[in-house]
Design a binder for this molecule. Structure first.
Ligand code: PLP
Length: 439
């Protein structure tokens, strides 16, 4: 019996021993094409030599120095790199070890900003149903995924949730996408007025919803209206790009495609691409300046803030993406993946929706395409598809947002940016085999 407290205590996990480009290899020598980057993490695959060298060099020089004593070259260089490329207004970067920590830091920074500028009454956070922002208590409270929240509800801070931008289920047949976005913006506006605009601190959203619904982009114009509403009431906009950021949708930040900039942006997964655990909260000049001019101290921190080896790895990852022009590759491969998914599944009786951007795609599986009725949750469809795909040598991520009060079945694809065209055929063939085996 394993002494590891695995998340699933009754599951036998294969032992991963090696990486080879987009493949992971287990102790039996079986190869798995990683079509989901684990959870949208491994955007450079599993054996990039430039990143491995950068890590080895940093460890040889200086693996770690506590951030309350020192800064480090990789941390400074990575911050410069990100700020130079971030949406307008972002001027500094707070480094953490992952996505949940980045969200916690964003929430606390928003709160402290309002304390520093003399608006201590601002404490409400509005987020969206069907969202996922992490599993630590603040991030879990922010998320709107009923299943993940349920056991811990008594521990969660008060939070308000509005409707997600989820056209497949939310948009009326009589509505244009623009009108749908406008209706959702009006719902947000009404919620702010109900809470009292002066008491609201932040609105939090994923530009492309990931872990709950499997890649759902917003309708055109929705985020521009959200930005306007936040500005009207002096509310901070926090965009959670932990999953959809760092090139996954074809631009470095997904918000670029919405034509907006957030006050705080969280990133993680693709930042270090899994070579080291790292996340970051990107901070606008206005927030940084207010804290600098006030207390001069952010009252929050972790032991591994700005870990030098993690920063060196992330810097190398981002340099590789830029030097090899991989964002253009994401856009090109993304078109190829979309085409193949549509060719293979558009008429499938149990594939209700295919949606995504760049190399970030989701399939929504339904019992009935006409009524969009989900499968009975007890059947565990997406988990079984994940298992069947693993048998076939493919990794795909089972996203499980709630649909009609029941756990839904969504399959998320987030393959590495280094794929070749033939890998796209392998992804879709093996996924098709797994889906046909289960359904
Ligand atoms: N935010 C989003 C949008 C995510 O998708 C996730 C993880 O899936 C998180 C936050 C939490 O990140 P982590 O698992 O690194 O704590």
């Amino acid at each position: 019996m394993s002494h590891v407290f695995h998340r699933h205590l009754h599951h036998q996990y294969p032992t991963a021993v090696a990486g080879d480009g987009p493949y992971l290899i287990d102790a039996q020598g079986r190869r798995y094409l990683d079509a989901c980057g684990g959870a949208a993490v491994s955007c450079l695959g599993h054996s990039d030599p430039q990143v491995r060298n950068a890590i080895a060099e940093q460890v040889a020089n200086m693996a770690y120095a506590h951030s309350s004593f020192f800064t480090s070259q990789p941390m400074e260089q990575l911050a410069d790199f990100l700020v130079e490329r971030a949406p307008e207004g972002i001027e500094s970067v707070y480094f953490v070890s992952g996505g949940s920590e980045a969200v916690e830091a964003a929430l606390k920074m928003a709160r402290q900003y309002f304390l520093e500028i003399g608006q201590p009454q601002r404490r409400h956070v509005i987020a969206r149903r069907q969202s996922y922002h992490g599993n630590t208590l603040g991030a879990l409270a922010t998320g709107g995924n009923a299943w993940r929240r349920r056991p811990f509800e008594p521990l969660l801070m008060e939070m308000t949730h509005v409707s997600p931008c989820y056209a497949y289920r939310g948009q009326e047949s009589t509505e244009t996408p623009e009108a749908y976005g406008e209706r959702l913006a009006a719902e947000l506006d009404a919620q702010i007025l109900r809470l009292g605009p002066d008491s609201v601190m932040a609105f939090v959203a994923e530009p492309v919803v990931g872990a709950t619904l499997g890649a759902v982009p917003a309708v055109p114009g929705y985020f521009r209206r959200v930005r306007e509403i936040c500005d009207r009431y002096g509310i901070l906009l926090i965009l959670d790009e932990v999953m959809c950021g760092m090139g996954r949708t074809g631009t470095l930040f997904a918000a670029e495609q919405e034509g907006i900039a957030a006050d705080l942006t969280t990133v993680a997964k693709g930042l270090g691409a899994g070579y080291q655990p790292i996340g970051a909260t990107l901070v606008s000049g206005r927030i940084r300046d207010a804290i600098a001019a006030g207390s001069g101290f952010f009252q929050h921190g972790h032991t591994y803030i700005g870990h030098a080896t993690a920063c060196a790895a992330a810097l190398a990852v981002q340099q590789v993406i830029e030097e090899r022009n991989l964002l253009a590759r994401v856009r090109g491969l993304g078109e190829g993946l979309e085409q193949r998914l549509r060719d293979r599944f558009a008429e499938h009786p149990h594939v209700g929706d295919i949606r995504g951007r760049g190399l970030f795609w989701g399939l929504e599986l339904v019992e009935n395409r006409e009524t969009k009725a989900p499968f009975d949750a007890g059947r565990g469809i997406n988990g079984r598809i994940k298992a069947a795909a693993m048998q076939a040598g493919l990794m795909c991520y089972p996203a499980g947002g709630t649909v009609d009060g029941r756990q839904g079945d969504h399959i998320l694809l987030a393959p590495p940016f280094i794929l070749e065209e033939q890998h796209l055929d392998e992804v879709v063939d093996k996924l098709g085999t797994a889906i046909d085996q289960v359904l």
